[in-house]
Design a binder for this molecule. Structure first.
Ligand SMILES: Nc1ncnc2c1ncn2[C@@H]1O[C@H](COP(=O)(O)OP(=O)(O)OP(=O)(O)O)[C@@H](O)[C@H]1O
Length: 799
């Protein structure tokens, strides 16, 4: 519906006349707005949205969504953006950057009358991840739904290319991810971007970094140079080279919090805990046991770790709903998980850095970083998932002692205030035995553990900041044991690899292909944009699971492993990026073959025949087909041609004998009748077994006794502890988490009562207090139920 027009028009008026009148009113409105914007004094501090020269539909949309007061970044960026300036906007996480570009997009297009299918695509908003793109689209819909006539759409993959192509041809505003957008620019004939007026990069530093470089540069080649460009991020780029790439025209650098004491929100409490790598899962488990009533995001460095920890913790039933999110999940699953976590009051989400940037989950209490982030910027974005827009939040970073010094230095340089706290030892439970038992009983979990171990080691190996990440200082054997593994899986590194090149390899090296499926693997954000064939050699575990998979695995695990294999095709996901496996690991395989061409090979059209001599083979092999040639590359298959040899044992004098040697007949007869000999033998063996059984039973009894004693001892300690706690002044008023974490330097036994009450309240009281406000708001606004609903509504504005 057009701005200012109500639905109750008189039915007697002819339609043409109505439209003409409406257009006239729009023109007047637009003219007035143009003038107001031209006269806008950008040095005036604006407080409310009503102070700005905005169109009626935008004002109505803002009002309906309960946006009244401008945040700092909005107050400074929106007036300049309305005037058509290029902007580099930097402000802390959760400070409302999305509205700071959504409003100018709607307004500038409105004033420029870029509406309807003839206007073509006028604004492009690029986001690094699909989830963030959907979130931006949601905000665009909320603000634009009250009368704007633009057709807006999402282009993030996960749908058929054809479907997206048709919709794109009608769009005025597109919210997209770089890979998929590039695919359309190069393949959708009907897509015309000549009229593009505005380009927005959300999380600009991420989109400008090497991971997206190829796609972004290619997109920029398609776009007209004469356009307005807006860049926003909590950690903004100022590199001249980046600005040149974007052809910015005298950009305005707006850094709202540059002079602030910290780069992170003020209402965010930040701490770190020193915990050796091998105890990180114990600490995490204990933390979750003490925060069952909270909403937590847990960051791990790779998708495989996320899956292992999620599966293992689910089996251990922590008493809090668990979710997991990583880049290799199908898009539908990812959307489902983000929606579930957004709606949850208490839950724990295990995630890779795919969830680190931009996502606005409501009411997150804690961000826990189990694995150290790759740099301070990633830290800032991760912790930014909590303490958003005036809410309180808490973040804790687990650091191995080897990571402490380097990471603290980096954080200090970026103005991140962080204090050390300790975990109360009495509240910490070890889950090592439990995990070992689970892995022992469940080979699939063990397999996931092995993958988790390998991917963690890889993730450390490819880190470029050697002051923080040093593989040699990490207790890898203990780490493997902490995952429940019987030993550390062997990993072989290639010599002279370049970590930076490796980390950025996937985007640079992989070529986009045009799948039309709705599969998550097609083309997007943190995923590689192509299917790189796995050229590497399978490990013995891979082979083992390929075999087991066929009929032994439960459906659930068969799927897990299938997914895993699918993901392995693309390599590993580290810090939200994909790193191909084959560039990282190599297994030596050498075959001693000596090849000679068979005579007559040069007959045209015939496959050349080769005679191959293999070391140890009885005779040379004729290779006359592709299959025979392939067989040569398999060590196992080559065995068939080799002389098998004979296994021998050596006696005391060093003489060789076959393993099973028959006794001489004479000697055998000398020992009595065969039946008697058999009986004697059976009797002797029975005695041996009986003796061994006594020993075994004694061992089992001893173990049981030991377990029982340990349990009793633990129960006794807990009972004493409980008594002491209920007796202690103020102790019962603290949450379980108060009881779990303690300030660094204070001793474990007297924590709770020693900490000043005021500080405790500031730390932990926020969760329930603040929740009411946003939830109430949400109840009033009727959300479209599915993404499809939302998309069709936004596309349908045009009607
Ligand atoms: N003017 C406003 N009034 C009230 N709430 C607002 C306003 N602007 C933004 N918000 C709310 O603040 C929250 C954070 O906003 P947004 O997601 O835009 O932050 P951001 O700065 O982009 O964060 P990040 O850096 O993590 O991407 C959202 O829930 C949003 O609805």
């Amino acid at each position: 519906m057009a701005p200012g027009v109500t639905g109750r028009t008189r039915p007697t008026k002819p339609k043409k006349l109505q439209h003409a009148q409406k257009r006239k009113r729009d023109d007047v409105d637009v003219e007035k707005l143009q003038q107001a914007v031209a006269e806008l004094d950008t040095s005036t501090p604006f407080k409310d949205f009503t102070d700005l020269p905005l169109s009626d539909p935008t004002k109505a949309g803002l009002k309906a969504s309960h946006f009244v007061t401008l945040t700092d970044i909005q107050a400074r960026a929106i007036p300049l953006a309305l005037k058509g300036m290029d902007i580099l906007g930097a402000a802390k996480t959760g400070s409302g950057k999305t509205l700071a570009f959504v409003i100018p997009v709607l307004e500038n297009l409105y004033r420029g009358q870029c509406v309807g299918p003839d206007a073509g695509l006028c604004a492009m908003i690029i986001s690094p991840t699909r989830e963030l793109a959907i979130q931006i689209f949601d905000v665009l819909y909320k603000v634009g739904r009250k009368g704007h006539l633009f057709a807006a759409g999402l282009v993030i993959g996960g749908k058929s290319l054809r479907e997206e192509q048709d919709a794109l041809a009608r769009m005025n505003i597109v919210v997209c991810t770089p890979g998929r957008m590039l695919q359309h620019l190069s393949q959708t004939a009907m897509l015309n971007v000549d009229n593009l007026k505005m380009l927005v990069l959300d999380e600009a530093d991420r989109i400008l970094d090497m991971g997206f470089q190829r796609d972004l540069d290619a997109i920029l080649d398609y776009l007209p140079k004469d356009r307005q460009t807006l860049l926003f991020s909590a950690t903004q780029t100022r590199k001249v080279s980046d600005l040149a790439r974007l052809s910015l025209r005298d950009p305005e650098y707006i850094s709202v919090h540059e002079s602030a004491a910290s780069a992170t929100p003020q209402n965010l409490q930040q701490n770190y805990v020193l915990t050796p790598l091998s105890e990180k899962l114990d600490t995490l488990w204990s933390f979750l046991q003490n925060s069952k009533k909270e909403k937590t995001v847990v960051f791990l460095s790779s998708g495989k770790q996320v899956r292992f920890v999620y599966e293992a913790f689910c089996k251990m039933q922590p008493g809090i709903p668990l979710l997991h999110l990583h880049g290799r999940q199908k898009q539908t699953a990812r959307l489902d998980i983000t929606a579930k976590f957004s709606a949850a009051k208490t839950s724990c989400l295990f995630a890779t850095d795919v969830a680190a940037r931009g996502l606005d989950f409501p009411a997150v209490d804690w961000v826990v970083q189990v694995d150290c982030p790759e740099d301070a910027d990633t830290y800032i974005h991760r912790v930014g998932r909590t303490a958003r827009y005036e809410r309180n939040g808490k973040a804790v970073l687990f650091l191995d002692p080897s990571e402490e010094e380097g990471m603290l230095k980096r954080l200090e340089a970026k103005k991140v205030p962080i204090e050390r706290i300790n975990v109360k030892q009495k509240k910490k439970t070890s889950i090592k035995n439990q995990l070992a038992n689970l892995c022992f009983k469940d080979p699939q979990l063990k397999y996931l553990g092995q993958k988790a171990f390998t991917s963690y080691v890889k993730s450390i190996h490819i880190q470029k900041d050697r002051e923080i990440f040093d593989l040699n200082k990490l207790p890898l054997e203990e780490f493997a044991a902490s995952l429940g593994l019987p030993g550390a899986p062997r990993i072989r590194f290639m010599k002279g690899d370049n970590s930076k090149a490796l980390k950025n390899a996937p985007r640079a090296a992989l070529v986009s292909d045009s799948e039309e499926s709705g599969d998550a693997s097609d083309a997007e954000d943190v995923e590689p944009k192509a299917k790189a064939k796995k050229a590497g050699v399978r490990t013995k575990y891979d082979r083992m699971f390929e075999r087991t998979n066929q009929d032994v695995l439960a459906d659930h695990y068969a799927k897990l492993i299938r997914d895993d294999e699918a993901s392995s095709d693309h390599g590993e996901e580290f810090n939200g990026e994909q790193v191909p496996d084959d560039t990282f690991l190599s297994v030596k395989r050498r075959i001693d073959v000596d090849t000679e061409l068979h005579s007559g090979d040069d007959v045209p059209g015939l496959r050349p025949k080769k005679i191959v001599h293999i070391a140890g083979a009885k005779q040379p092999i004729l290779v006359d087909s592709k299959r025979a040639e392939k067989r040569l590359s398999s060590k196992k298959k080559l065995l068939k041609y080799k002389d098998k040899g004979e296994r021998l044992v050596f006696d005391d004098e060093g003489k060789a004998h076959p393993i099973y040697e028959l006794e001489s007949e004479e000697k055998f007869r000398g020992q009595g009748m065969p039946e008697e000999q058999r009986k004697k033998f059976v009797e002797a063996e029975r005695e041996k077994v009986a003796k061994a059984d006594v020993g075994d039973k004694e061992l089992v009894r001893a173990k049981r006794r030991e377990k029982k004693e340990k349990r009793k001892e633990r129960e006794r300690r807990e009972a004493v502890e409980e008594l002491r706690l209920t007796d202690g002044a103020g102790a019962t008023t603290n949450s379980a988490l108060d009881d779990f974490l303690q300030d660094a330097g204070s001793d474990g036994a007297s924590q709770v009562s020693e900490r000043p009450q005021k500080k405790q309240k500031k730390w932990f009281q926020d969760a329930s207090d603040d929740e009411a406000v946003p939830r109430k708001k949400k109840a009033k606004f009727q959300e479209p139920e599915t993404l499809e609903d939302l998309e069709s509504l936004a596309a349908g504005f045009l009607n």
